[in-house]
Design a protein around this ligand. Structure first.
Ligand code: SAH
Ligand code: SF4
Length: 346
């Protein structure tokens, strides 16, 4: 079976090519080609034909093909449905901010976590993505839009910490100076709160931004909307977050989807504020994106502003997330879901 060369670190490639008698610098050249997006081994012009043939016989290069693309009329946000060699597809979104381009990529095909408000969570789980498939999403977007991505958020389909090894490998590769060279400070990882993995990540002391999808001020509401909370309750989760902050010195960003009549009252805001008191954190409020069939509606503007006022009075900073691409259903999971439905009706 062919091996996935795009998920290999430089050291692993050096070790593998050493078996063929190749010097370390040769492996570094191959690593550079792969990490800079060649689509075939024949593009490696400074590598001998013999070695290229050996590579072809043993390895493959991951690519992501564009199945669908939607471009927002409002702000130019591009949403892609990208497929891999086995036909599985995920969504990625490319957004333009004043400081550059941010890509929101997927880490799994589907998700096991089953959050009730989330389109991805409602369509089940197929498989984990490899590190090279995460990188391939970035490359497909860069090539299509003719731009360079400067920031990455792991906030597409899937739960990154449920695909921990591959995500860490991706982080190492994407930040490598001979690869895309996107520094950890330009990367955010969003999790629904897999507590043991938050401790593992804390130990790595990476300088990325951790976003925690909280979405509720207490266990009662959170267990209803996020099944993961039945395993790791809010108390445990916030304890892990405190440890993460202590180890990394990084501020945590708490995501909070505002759902009309579910988690958006002043009392909920006070409860949230008292739980987050004293933490190095920021709260990001997101008017919930209505996903077909869930029955959730977004809170109105006025409610959101009053919620912020309560938080701020208690000393917790909060902002409303700018929603980009709202005309193209830019929140992840929705395009694939529509695509799956289309396939079923064909
Ligand atoms: N699995 C990870 C990352 C992917 S989801 C996580 O849950 O954090 C990315 C973000 O989108 C999360 O904060 C998630 O809670 C949020 N989200 C999912 N569905 C949403 C919806 N319908 N409206 C608003 N935010 C949503
Ligand atoms: Fe999975 Fe995140 Fe969606 Fe929950 S919100 S189902 S963890 S992708």
């Amino acid at each position: 079976m062919l091996k996935d060369i795009g998920s290999m670190t430089r050291e692993e490639l050096q070790e593998a090519l050493k078996q063929w008698g190749e010097p370390a610098y040769r492996a570094s050249q191959v690593f550079g080609w792969v990490q800079n997006g060649v689509k075939s081994f024949d593009e490696m012009t400074n590598v001998s034909k013999k070695l290229r043939e050996q590579l072809i016989q043993n390895y493959y290069i991951s690519c992501a093909a564009i199945e669908k693309k939607l471009i927002s009329d409002y702000d130019g946000t591009r949403k892609y449905l990208l497929s891999f060699q086995d036909g599985e597809a995920v969504e990625s979104v490319l957004m333009q901010y004043h400081h550059g381009y941010t890509s929101c990529i997927s880490t799994q095909v589907g998700c096991k976590m089953g959050c009730t408000f989330c389109a991805t969570g409602q369509s089940g789980f197929s498989r984990n993505l490899t590190a090279s498939e995460m990188l391939a999403q970035l490359r497909a977007e860069q090539e299509d839009a003719g731009i360079r991505i400067s920031n990455i958020v792991l906030m597409g389909m899937g739960e990154p910490l449920d695909n921990y090894e591959n995500v860490l490998r991706f982080l190492e590769l994407v930040s490598h100076p001979d690869g895309m060279n996107i520094g950890m400070r330009h990367i955010s990882l969003s999790t629904c709160g897999l507590v043991p993995r938050i401790y593992d990540l804390a130990e790595r002391k990476l300088q990325l931004t951790l976003s925690v999808s909280l979405h509720a001020p207490n266990d009662q509401i959170r267990s209803r909307t996020m099944p993961v909370n039945r395993k790791y309750g809010i108390g445990q989760l916030l304890q892990a977050c405190r440890e993460y902050i202590r180890q990394t010195g990084r501020r945590i960003s708490f995501e909070y989807a505002m759902i009309d009549g579910v988690n958006d009252s002043d009392a909920h805001a006070s409860e949230l504020a008292s739980r987050l008191k004293g933490m190095l954190c920021h709260v990001n409020l997101i008017p919930v994106n209505t996903v077909g069939g869930t029955g959730y509606r977004k809170s109105c503007q006025d409610r959101i502003h009053r919620f912020i006022a309560v938080l701020e009075k208690a000393g917790i900073t909060a902002t409303v997330r700018r929603t980009l691409g709202s005309d193209i259903n830019a929140s992840c999971g929705q395009l694939r879901r529509a695509h799956l439905k289309e396939e079923q009706t064909e």
